[in-house]
Design a protein around this ligand. Structure first.
Ligand code: CO
Length: 279
């Protein structure tokens, strides 16, 4: 067993998306275009309605999966196939856009804090055109493992103690954990050496590995080679730990479409314009 150490620390960049939603883009910007198989990670979080009220009006996706994890507030989603619902605080929606979906994601509130993450997970070439599907789980359906000084919310993958996440995904075998530690808290996790892995600290600061690298609030740390990772903290901290198997395939992206070739992107636009995303 070898410890994964911090390879690189980056800060996100301020961005606006949808209808003026203010967010921090952590993956998917000029400094880090992707971290295979992850194409994008956004952190939205504000108690100012003007920062989020516009939401994300109807837009298409093709070729990958979008994962919304709400920390606070509520988001309503609706799609072109008639599927709709509300993701509440602590809930997750893992949407496999596959061959295409048009959906909207709008805040289900006019004031108060709205906060969460959106992660884009690429699909392998041979599965990019699969039928869209959803996995939606509310906070009380997501397993929580207690630690001596904290807890782990297990969205996807399996902890070393055997707690299994609620999301099924065999495309990239993802690990998605939301780790909460109090001062003195420690957490150790096996991560297959074939996966790419990172943490994003959204509260406090976290010490990583035997080299004891410190990752501060609002920082992304890409983890290097190894098959396990060790985290500790001396203050109340929260971070997401995400890992997945890289696809090692060509990536051609144009806004909401992520395919393997230019021709497939052109086809995505043609299909979208001719109404083939409608259901
Ligand atoms: Co979307």
């Amino acid at each position: 067993m070898s410890q994964r150490e911090v390879n690189r620390i980056l800060s996100g960049v301020p961005a606006a998306d949808g209808d003026g939603v203010q967010l921090t883009r952590i993956i998917g910007h000029h400094g880090l275009s992707e971290l295979d198989p992850f194409l994008l990670l956004d952190h939205f979080g504000s108690d100012k309605p003007q920062d989020y009220i516009g939401g994300f009006p109807p837009h298409p996706h093709r070729g990958f999966e979008t994962v919304t994890y709400m920390l606070a507030g509520k988001m309503r989603h609706e799609d072109s196939a008639g599927h709709s619902g509300v993701i509440e605080a602590g809930g997750v929606q893992w949407m496999t856009a596959g061959r295409g979906i048009i959906h909207s994601e709008m805040p289900e509130q006019e004031c108060g804090l709205l906060s969460g993450f959106q992660l884009w997970v690429n699909l392998p070439a041979k599965h990019k055109m699969i039928t869209p599907r959803y996995q939606e789980r509310s906070a009380n359906e997501i397993p929580v493992e207690s630690l001596e000084y904290g807890k782990v919310i297990v969205i996807a993958g399996k902890t070393d103690q055997g707690t299994k996440g609620v999301i099924e995904n065999h495309f990239v075998e993802p690990l998605y954990l939301d780790v909460h530690l109090r001062s003195g808290g420690q957490f150790s996790q096996t991560i297959p050496s074939t996966s790419n892995a990172f943490i994003y600290v959204y509260q406090g600061r976290v010490t990583v590995g035997e080299q004891k690298s410190i990752v501060k609030q609002n920082e992304l740390a890409i983890l290097g080679a190894g098959d396990r990772a060790l985290f500790s903290t001396d203050e109340e901290s929260r971070f997401i730990l995400i890992a997945g198997k890289p696809l090692n395939e060509p990536i051609v992206r144009a806004g909401p479409f992520v395919m393997n070739s230019e021709a497939e992107i052109v086809k995505a636009f043609t299909d979208y314009r001719s109404g083939k995303f409608a259901s």
